[in-house]
Design a protein around this ligand. Structure first.
Ligand SMILES: [Zn+2]
Ligand SMILES: [Zn+2]
Length: 211
């Protein structure tokens, strides 16, 4: 797999009335579905990007030894008994090292005051691959009626950084059917795969800017 940004989104999809499993797979294979997911995910990507690794790798620099016990961690609200773990951000808000590290791997702002840190991802990105994995219990046939049922799926997107004037003419849509697999194990396993490639028409070209 080429270098890129990988985004996993767990989704719940309500099957249409009278649908069978195969119909849901058809939906996930469609260009409309890909476009829907792009519209759904892109605003989230813009809003939530991780803090730059350069900052994450040096959180220790903001360690404070003698933080007041009355000043609880702004994330878990527990006290700062273990002074080694206390991080005071440049905005003067204090957190446990593990609490703030976890937070900043998803966002680039202080949870308290929204003080902004440098983002890990910025610039122009193009979506090159959208893979939807339908999670099913074992032994469910494609003809099984699932009308109105909530189906669990995982959508995985691959984005690559682009430069202005560079056009990306298509993206690949992959659909997997995973039976009885946990979402977290999908990338390791190689499930039964239905796949197709779609060369997107000009109107489905999407670029996004996270910077
Ligand atoms: Zn905490
Ligand atoms: Zn703050």
């Amino acid at each position: 797999m080429s270098k890129g940004v990988h985004v996993n989104v767990n989704i719940q999809y309500k099957a249409l009335p009278h649908a069978v499993v195969a119909n849901v797979v058809q939906v996930f294979e469609s260009t409309n579905w890909a476009n829907f997911m792009i519209q759904y995910i892109v605003p989230h990507l813009k809003a939530y990007t991780p803090t730059s690794n350069a900052i994450l790798n040096h959180l220790d620099a903001w360690k404070r030894e003698n933080q007041s016990q009355d000043d609880p961690c702004g994330i878990c609200m527990c006290g700062m008994e273990n002074a080694n773990e206390c991080i005071v951000l440049p905005c003067q808000h204090a957190f446990h090292l593990s609490c703030i590290r976890q937070w900043l791997t998803r966002r680039n702002t202080c949870p308290y005051c929204r003080h902004e840190f440098q983002k890990e991802l910025s610039g122009h990105y193009a979506i090159t691959r959208i893979q939807t994995t339908l999670l099913l219990d074992e032994n469910i046939p494609l003809e099984m009626p699932v009308g109105g049922q909530i189906m669990n799926a995982v959508v995985q997107m691959t984005l690559v950084q682009t430069y202005t004037n560079q056009m990306h003419l298509g993206y690949e849509i992959l659909v997997n059917i995973n039976k009885n697999l946990l979402a977290s194990s999908i990338t390791q396993q190689n499930p039964r795969k239905r796949s197709m490639s779609i060369v997107a028409a000009a109107e489905t070209l999407k670029r996004l800017r996270t910077g």
